[in-house]
Design a binder for this molecule. Structure first.
Ligand code: IMP
Length: 425
């Protein structure tokens, strides 16, 4: 397998965990490059269901090296819990999970600030964040006020944590929120650092050595293109770059190390949190997609907003990320529809849009232009070859590819490992 970058091409929750898990068999190293525990990658293996937030999904395969890259913001306590949960289920991360010493630390005051800002924001200005402290942690990184995982092992860290907590408590007081206890922060970080010490290392030479030795690397994206801080529906976005461009800055591997970009799209669209979503269905059809697709957030349990496939978004994603192949997931969720709609363009302000406008206010006004496709009214789950699918299901998938100019690489028709199959990779 060539070194593959896998990223979400919609608003996250495309089913990346499952595709990463599938590709992990052929990878030697799996590396996450951005985000934090706002992500929730769900993988089902037999009767077992795993939800990973920070640890790359490759950990579920014995012997794979897994790296939490420098581009992430890491909540140390959440990471300790995730590692302990894996160990309790007989998955041993020791010696093969590596956490970049350059990754930023999410501190308790980041989570408090995230929650306080969301609470105080007026309706319409709320982002609907996962409240995992992601935005404030990335803001501190950019303001050069962040702590990095390597710093947690430094003897002087307690003083820095005390100063920072005092500063943040002033902000929290201004927002009418309870302060964070500096002693508790120091204690929590000390305990987490002691536990994580064997995992924290300089992952930049480690990854580059793996690449030079010809080991196969899988870059595991989190969230999705439309949540990208530069290319997404700003300001209703996350605070990192889930797009393929984020992979180099988030790992320390150069662009030449990425040999193929695989974009993951659901056969329809979902979004969690606030912000424009042109094909959203606030009706029984949307509810049907939510129930059949089990569209509830893996991290927060929130119901996801559901709608038809948006080919404008997918085309834009293909352009921004340089997507070579699609991995189309959850086709089976559409099994019992009479008619399936696909948005091929938008209309707003007397104009037709073939690509996603920069302004969220404009996108909010955009009305989808739909093309209708006949449903197949038959089960697709259980199939493992494209040729065996009902003709209308094949025609629908082909239309998604034709409308976006990207060929199909992988198709998934159910939550199990066995229901993901390669068409052309
Ligand atoms: P944050 O990343 O917690 O700051 O949240 C910012 C926006 O990104 C919100 O709309 C979240 O719902 C969304 N978001 C963050 N992580 C995910 C994810 O893994 N899947 C889907 N949406 C996400």
């Amino acid at each position: 397998m060539p070194n593959t970058l896998l990223m979400g091409a919609q608003w996250g929750d495309e089913g990346k965990g499952k595709i990463v898990d599938y590709l992990s068999r052929d990878a030697d190293v799996v590396v996450r490059y951005q985000g934090g525990s706002n992500a929730g990658h769900t993988i089902e293996i037999g009767a077992e269901r795993y939800v990973l937030h920070l640890v790359p999904s490759g950990i579920l395969y014995p012997g794979k090296t897994c790296v939490i890259g420098n581009g992430l913001v890491v909540d140390p306590t959440a990471l300790v819990k995730e590692i302990k949960d894996l160990i309790a289920r007989d998955i041993a991360p020791a010696g093969r999970l590596h956490v970049s010493d350059r990754a930023q630390v999410v501190l308790p005051y980041h989570k408090a600030l995230d929650a306080a800002r969301e609470k105080r924001s007026a309706a319409g200005a709320k982002i609907g964040t996962t409240q995992r402290g992601i935005g404030p942690a990335y803001a501190d990184k950019a303001s050069r006020l962040g702590l990095r995982m390597g710093d947690l092992l430094d003897p002087g860290v307690a003083d820095v944590l005390r100063t920072r907590t005092t500063e943040k408590n002033r902000l929290l007081a201004d927002m009418g929120t309870d302060p964070v206890d500096a002693d508790a922060v120091i204690r929590e970080m000390r305990e987490a650092a002691a536990y994580l010490c064997p995992y924290v290392t300089d992952t930049v030479p480690l990854l580059n050595a793996a690449w030079r030795q010809g080991r196969t690397i899988l870059f595991e994206g989190a969230q999705g293109t439309m949540l990208d801080i530069d290319f997404g529906t700003y300001p209703f976005v996350t605070s990192s770059n889930p797009t393929s461009g984020g992979a180099c800055v988030g790992t320390g591997l150069p662009p030449q190390a990425v040999q193929r970009v695989l974009g993951v799209v659901k056969a329809y669209t979902t979004r969690v949190g606030e912000g424009p979503f042109p094909t959203e269905l606030n009706d029984p059809t949307g509810e049907h997609l939510r129930q059949r697709g089990r569209e509830f957030g893996a991290t927060t349990g929130r119901p996801r907003r559901c709608g038809w496939f948006d080919a404008v978004v997918a085309r834009y994603s293909a352009m921004v990320n340089g997507i070579d192949r699609w991995a189309v997931t959850k086709l089976d969720v559409l099994d019992d529809f009479e008619t399936i709609r696909v948005c091929v363009a938008y209309e707003a302000d007397g104009r037709r849009f073939e690509t996603v406008p920069a302004s969220s206010a404009v996108l909010q006004r955009c009305k989808p232009v739909y093309r209708d496709f006949p449903g197949w009214k038959a089960t697709t789950s259980g199939f493992t070859r494209l040729e065996d699918l009902p003709a209308n299901a094949r025609a629908y998938v082909k239309a998604l590819c034709d409308l976006t100019g990207v060929p199909l690489g992988v198709l998934s028709v159910g939550p199990q490992r066995a229901s993901t199959f390669v068409v052309d990779l």
